[in-house]
Structures are given as structure tokens and as C-alpha cells.
Design a protein. Structure first.
Length: 369
């Protein structure tokens, strides 16, 4: 075991960065010593996201021209510049919780500085972004790089994975997944609504979790058919995607990724040769995706109405964020390879996202993909 704490820096101190910090400081071998965000003022307060008038590029430029540094109320150092964060403080680990257009750049900077890096999904705006990161990662085999796909650590997902690995119900026949945000989500004017900053819309931002679970459960998908739309928001990123996927074994998957749901929703149905799983609801910080449950059904022979016997498991606590951080710390301490959330997996899911974008000919041509 390590005989001293890992010093941690967090680049991006919004909702996700603050939540990651709770998990970091909960770990006995990790301590946050410094954070950075372009929205920090001189006094350590932050400009609210909804009050930002400048473009994000202007904020980045101003952070280089006028450095804001100090300590916030609990003694943690702050700055408005990630380069200062990496240069000034003796970090062992960097958590990257930044917009998509900055995440690859800062991940690379962290690796080149010689620190382990945990980066939130998605790994960037494009497939090329993650490929550039991987080239730098290859030069630093002594460092760990992990991407945050925290849905893998939810109770319902872990139990589903166990059932699949134990081959309890035979081969998977198909998946059907819906993951959506409500139309009341404050999407307008945010960096996520601008292709130059985000690279994509709801599929890249949220639907990527569903795609990651498809691949986590049964591997790669080679065939893709899709319809991609921005009809409701009318921005240059998608607000709805419907896609059908098929792998070389004939397993099919259907996804509807939406930013126009009446209310936040999550559901994933998995049909097997001998059974069925339904993951519904997803415990989250906002508590808006409903109660997380897993329904387990074994196929009932000779029944004309299907199986009526089902086991329902209800999950009341979300430990996914903590579990992900604990695993990352253990990988560093024990010098083990990253298997969950590796750069290779991040690349594969980004490639699938872009296969879906490009399978819609009109969308591909409109945005030169």
C-alpha cells in the first residue's frame, strides 16, 4: 500500500468536478489540493454558467491574460488556468472534468507532465481527438489513463453483467435502449449546443453511456443504420437519434437518444435465449431518472402469454462515482492495467458514435463528417 496520499488536481470545477471531489476526498489515499476553472473570479467565487456572456474561447483567452489564483473557503488552491494548475502544484493525479473541446488537450498536458489522468466521458469531440491522446499515452506506459463511464458501476448494470458473464440465460438476442433528457433541460446557449465546442449533441453527451453498455455487454457492432435529427432545438448538434446496430454474431441493438423527452428517462431491455432483463431508472445526482430497478425473468416453457414469474431488485444508493475512483486509485497503487474505461474502449465507443452519425447520409453531408 502507498504510504502517503496522492495529491489530486481537478480541471473543471462545475457540477461534475465538484461531485468527483466528494469521491476523491472520501478516499483515504487521495486528497484534492487544487482546482481550476475559467469561471473563477479573484475572490474565489465562480461566474454561474447561466450568467456567462463571453464565448468559451473568450473565457479561455482571458484566463491566460489575467490569472486568478488563491484559496477557496476550505483551503483548496484555485486558479482559472489549467496550465498553472499543472505547473504550480505537485500533483500525482489529474481529474479532467472539462467541455469536450478542452478535454483532450488537458488530458495530453497531464500525461506529458507525468501525472495519472482520469478524464470524464466523452474523450473529446472526434475520433481523432482520442487517437491523439492515445499516441501520448503510448509514450508514458508508467502512467494510468482512465475514462469515466460510471454507468458500468451502477448496481443494476453490475448485476446484469454478472448474469451475462455466467451465461445464465444463454446468448443475447437483442437490446432495446432509451436514454433521454426532458425538453426543460437548459440546453439553449450552452457549450453542448454548439458543435465547435461539443462535437455532437445528445448522443455524444448522454447516449454514449448506452452505447458503452451495449459494448460492455457484448462487444463491437459492425452494422449501423440511423436517423439523426436536430428538428426541435434547431442547433448544429442532434437532439434525437434513432439507430439499429448489429454485430457479427447477429445480436441486434436499438437505441433512442433524445433531448426532447417529456421527462428524464432511462430504460434498457436485454432479451436472451432463455430469459430477459430490464434495467429501468438510473440513480443520479438530480434524482430525475426515477428509481433504479432490475427486472430478471426466466423464459417459461409452454406458456402462451410468456413468463409471469419475475424477480425485481430495487437499488437505493448510487455508489458508482465512489467505486470508479476507488478502482482508479487501486490501479495506480497496484500498478495494474486499466480495463474498465481504457483509452481503447473510449476509442471504440467514439468510433461507434461516428458510425451512427455517418450512417445518416443527410446528416453526414450536412456536417461534412
Amino acid at each position: 500500500m502507498k504510504d502517503k496520499q496522492y495529491n489530486v488536481g481537478i480541471a473543471g470545477y462545475g457540477v461534475v468536478g465538484r461531485r468527483r471531489r466528494l469521491s476523491i476526498d472520501n478516499h483515504p489515499d487521495m486528497k484534492t489540493i487544487a482546482v481550476c476553472d475559467v469561471r473563477f473570479r479573484d475572490d474565489g467565487t465562480m461566474i454561474p454558467s447561466e450568467s456567462v456572456q463571453e464565448t468559451y474561447e473568450e473565457l479561455e483567452n482571458s484566463s491566460r491574460e489575467k490569472l486568478c489564483v488563491g484559496t477557496i473557503g476550505d483551503g483548496i488552491h484555485f486558479s482559472n488556468n489549467y496550465a498553472y494548475l499543472l505547473e504550480k502544484y505537485p500533483l500525482d493525479i489529474l481529474f479532467v472534468c472539462l467541455p469536450n473541446y478542452l478535454a483532450p488537450e488537458v488530458t495530453i498536458a497531464g500525461l506529458e507532465k507525468g501525472v495519472h489522468v482520469f478524464c470524464e466521458k466523452p474523450p473529446g469531440r472526434t475520433v481523432e481527438d482520442i487517437k491523439k491522446v492515445i499516441e501520448v499515452e503510448k509514450r508514458r506506459p508508467d502512467l494510468k489513463l482512465k475514462y469515466g463511464f460510471n454507468h458500468r458501476y451502477h448496481g443494476s448494470v453490475k448485476r446484469a453483467r454478472e448474469i451475462i458473464e455466467n451465461n445464465e440465460f444463454g446468448d443475447i438476442l437483442n437490446f432495446r435502449g432509451v436514454y433521454g433528457k426532458s425538453i426543460m433541460e437548459p440546453f439553449v446557449g450552452h457549450w453542448r449546443a454548439k458543435r465547435q465546442y461539443s462535437g455532437g449533441g445528445i448522443l455524444l453527451d448522454q447516449g454514449i453511456h448506452m452505447l458503452d453498455m451495449f459494448m460492455y455487454f457484448c462487444g463491437d457492432f459492425e452494422e449501423v443504420k440511423s436517423f439523426v435529427s436536430n428538428k426541435y432545438w434547431d442547433y448544429d448538434v442532434e437532439d434525437n437519434v434513432c439507430a439499429i446496430l448489429r454485430n457479427k454474431n447477429g445480436t441486434m441493438a436499438m437505441i433512442h437518444s433524445s433531448a426532447t423527452q417529456w421527462q428524464h428517462s432511462f430504460s434498457l431491455e436485454i432479451t436472451f435465449e432463455e430469459g430477459y432483463l430490464e434495467l429501468s431508472g438510473m440513480l443520479s445526482g438530480s434524482k430525475s431518472y426515477g428509481q433504479e430497478q432490475l427486472v430478471i425473468v426466466r423464459r417459461q416453457e409452454n406458456s402462451i402469454v410468456g413468463s409471469l414469474n419475475e424477480e425485481v431488485i430495487t437499488y437505493i444508493q448510487d455508489t458508482s462515482w465512489n467505486d470508479e475512483v476507488v478502482e482508479f486509485a487501486d490501479l495506480i497503487t497496484d500498478d495494474k492495467p486499466v480495463e474498465n474505461g481504457s483509452s481503447r474502449e473510449a476509442l471504440k465507443v467514439m468510433e461507434l458514435v461516428y458510425k451512427i452519425y455517418c450512417a445518416d447520409t443527410e446528416w453526414r453531408n450536412n456536417y461534412n463528417l
